[in-house]
Design a protein around this ligand. Sequence first.
Ligand SMILES: *Cc1c(COP(=O)(O)O)cnc(C)c1O
Length: 401
Amino acid sequence: MPRRQPPADLSALGLGTRLATAGREPRATARFVNPPVARASTILFPTLAALDAAIRAPDSGLYYGRRGTPGIWALEDALTSLEPGAAGTKLYPSGVAAISTALLAVLKAGDELLVTDSAYEPTRLFADQLLKPLGITTRYFDPRTCHITSDFTPETRAILLESPGSLTFEVHDLPAITATAKARGITTILDNTWATPLRLQPLALGVDISIQALTKYVGGHSDVMMGSATATAALWPRLCRAHYRLGMNVSPDDAALALRGLRTLGLRLDRHEASALAVARWLEAHPAVHSVLHPALPSHPDHALFTRDFSGATGLFAFVLKRGTRADLATFLDGLHHFGMGFSWGGYESLALPVDLAGCRSSTRTAFPGPLVRLSIGLEDAADLIADLEAGLTRYQAQFA
Ligand SMILES: *Cc1c(COP(=O)(O)O)cnc(C)c1O
C-alpha cells in the first residue's frame, strides 16, 4: 500500500498548474487521475511484523480509518502545497471544528485569548461558552488596531484573527500584528475562509495557523461541509495532537468533493471576484445605497492594507441601505430571482442575507442608517444579478414613497 509522502514542492509553478497538480502523488493515486474513495474503519495488516511496524509509526501509512486514507491525505497535501511555509494540514468536519480545535491545541487554563471583534459569530460563542469554563479568558479587540501591544497581558497566549472580518469586512494589518505577537511568543491563528490561499498567504505574513471553512469556496457547490487548519512546523505537532485526541475525522466522500472543488477554485474565484466587483460598483452608485463594504473598493477604509497584502478579492461583501429596517427588507429580498436566502456562501449560486450585528460585536460600535445586506456573488452573469438587484431596490424604495 502507498506510504505517505511529504507533499511536493510546487512553489515554482503557476497557480493553475499547482491546482491541477497538488495532492496527486502517483504513489497515492496509482494510475487513477483522482485518488480512489476509500471508505474505511479497519485496515488489515498481513503479518504481526507489519502490525508492529505500523504501531511504531502510525502516521507513516495506512493504520486505522481515523488516521486517514489516501484521498484524505491527497486533500491535506494539496492544501499544504498551496501555502508556502506550511508543515502540514489537518481536516475537520466543519470550519467551526477547525477553529475550535486549533484554539484548544494552543490554549490551556489560565491563558488569555484575544479575538478580533469582527470574528465569525460561532467563534465568539465557542470562546465565551466553552473556553471560559475551562479557565481561558477572551478579550475582543478592534480589528483595525494594528499595534495591539496595549491589549496584551502576561497571560495572552493566542490571537484569533479574521481578515476581512465577517459581515463588516475590516482588514487587519497582519504583518504588524504577527510581528508584535511573535516578539512575545504569542500564537496567531487566522480564519482565511474569505480569501483562501489563492488571495492571501497568511503563513508568509507571519501567521502560525491558517484556517479555512472548505464548506465555502473550496467546496464551492454548497454540498459539503469541511474545515482545514494549516500550520507552521513549530505549531504542527500540537495541531496534530489536538486533532487526534478530539477524534476529528472527515468522510472520504466529502474529501473527494472538496478535492474536486479545489481543482477549479482558481477559475471560480476569478469569476466570483469580477462579478462581485461589478455588482459592488453598481450598488455604490445606487441612490438607495448608503455604503458598500468591499475591501477592493477604493472607498473602503482598509483598501490600502488590502491591496498591499492580498493578491485579489473574492465574491462576498455587504452593503448598507440609506433607510428602513430589517422588516422593510422583505420587499427587496422576497422577490429576488437569482439570490437565494440562506446561510453559508462561496457556492456557484448567489445568496443575499440580511445581517443583524447585535450580539456579534462587543468592543466596537457600527452605526448604520439602514439595514445591512450581505451578498455572496455566484457564477451567474453579473448583468442578470444587477438587473435582479435593480428591480429589488426599486421595490424597496417604493414602500417609502
Ligand atoms: C462559514 C464560516 C466558518 C465556519 O464554517 P462551517 O463549515 O460552516 O463550520 C468559519 N469562518 C467563516 C469566516 C465562515 O464564513
